[in-house]
Design a protein around this ligand. Structure first.
Ligand SMILES: Cc1cc2nc3c(=O)[nH]c(=O)nc-3n(C[C@H](O)[C@H](O)[C@H](O)COP(=O)(O)OP(=O)(O)OC[C@H]3O[C@@H](n4cnc5c(N)ncnc54)[C@H](O)[C@@H]3O)c2cc1C
Length: 316
């Protein structure tokens, strides 16, 4: 049974299984804060919190997490693609605000129909805009920072608008400290044609052909020293290995899939098995909750209590 309540500023609060928000379909309960404006977000950030995007890079424990889990909804999940007349011209278009809670796949499809280029290389990434920007998600055909004009970032103390030049961003890393929430972005797009954008999307899509179509949080491990992690797992004879309802995908050994009703413990067991069998140290691609560092205020309300991403400078 779920209980719903409202915070002082009007955020909807529900205790929910996080499995419904993850692409793996795994994750126990937490107090979920659905925030639709800055006042609600500010209130939600007054206790230890985690920000959840599309849940496409997460393995969340079966016991859930004790912190608040913030979801961006309402105005923070809307998109305004109207060209800014002062910043747009015949070649380039700068949009209005696109909410961090906007699903990336739908946005990419719309941009293709409008013949707007720069972000089509991210096709097939089942993230939300905020999560994809925070990770600078992408493929060899392009990444989020190819199409960003500016970003609004909220911390427990302030709201700031920055440009990519203000951030130490790099490969799969925005340089934004953990727990700083990407609430909205403005996109910088090149005017092209729907056909040309579609052709580039098809290239990026084709590269995904071998990936499993089942519930998964994407690639399990980074490629160590440029060697394919999938090949190493395959060579260790682990393709198709199953623990409970979790399976090392027969199509691609670097993907763990949920056959239906898998537990986080099943996924952890497979990750441990792979690490034990593959001769090289393997670094995890996805985040494990609650193991991943926590964001926000300490339980007693003091300090930020949040570790920062290794590659970030810790400040904006
Ligand atoms: C089938 C599949 C294919 C994939 N392909 C790719 C790929 O080609 N390239 C690639 O880079 N990734 C890929 N991924 C991984 C994943 O989609 C990306 O890592 C993506 O950036 C995660 O975004 P999310 O919104 O789902 O974030 P979540 O998984 O919800 O969260 C991941 C992290 O981002 C933080 N976060 C979420 N929202 C925000 C926000 N608004 N502000 C600040 N921090 C936030 C969370 O706190 C967490 O630390 C794939 C995943 C799947 C399941």
């Amino acid at each position: 049974m779920t209980t719903t309540s409202s915070s002082r500023s009007g955020a909807r609060i529900e205790r929910l299984a996080l499995s419904r928000f993850t692409t793996l379909g795994v994750g126990g309960p937490a107090e979920v804060w659905f925030v639709s404006d800055h006042a609600q977000l500010h209130e939600a950030m007054q206790a230890p919190y985690r920000i959840l995007g599309g849940g496409s890079n997460l393995v969340i424990a079966d016991d859930g997490v004790p912190e608040r889990v913030i979801r961006l909804t309402g105005a923070l999940a809307e998109r305004d693609l109207t060209p800014d007349p002062e910043l747009s011209d015949e070649e380039q278009l700068v949009t209005g605000w696109v909410g961090g809670g906007v699903p990336l796949p739908g946005l990419i499809r719309t941009l293709q129909k409008l013949g707007l280029s720069n972000l089509e290389g991210t096709v097939g990434i089942p993230a939300q805009v905020g999560g994809a920007v925070w990770m600078n998600a992408g493929t060899r055909y392009g990444e989020m920072f190819d199409g960003l004009h500016s970003l609004e970032i909220v911390t427990p103390g302030e709201v700031r608008v920055v440009t990519p030049d203000d951030l130490p961003w790099g490969y799969r890393d925005s340089g934004i400290p953990r727990g700083h929430i990407v609430t909205r972005v403005r996109l910088k797009l090149r005017r092209s044609t729907p056909q040309e954008v579609l052709e580039k999307m098809t290239l990026a899509d084709t590269a995904r052909k071998g990936q499993p179509k089942m519930k998964t949080p994407g690639c399990a491990f980074k490629n160590p020293g440029g060697v394919s992690a999938g090949r190493l797992i395959d060579e260790a004879g682990l393709k198709g290995t199953r623990v409970g309802q979790a399976l090392i995908a027969p199509e691609h050994a670097n993907f763990i899939v949920n056959l239906g009703g898998a537990a986080a413990a099943d996924v952890h067991a497979l990750l441990d098995l792979i690490r034990g069998r593959v001769g090289l140290p393997l670094e995890l691609e996805y985040e494990l909750w609650p193991e991943a560092p926590l964001a926000g205020l300490a339980a007693d309300g003091s300090g930020t209590g949040g570790e920062q991403r290794a590659a970030s400078t810790g400040t904006l």
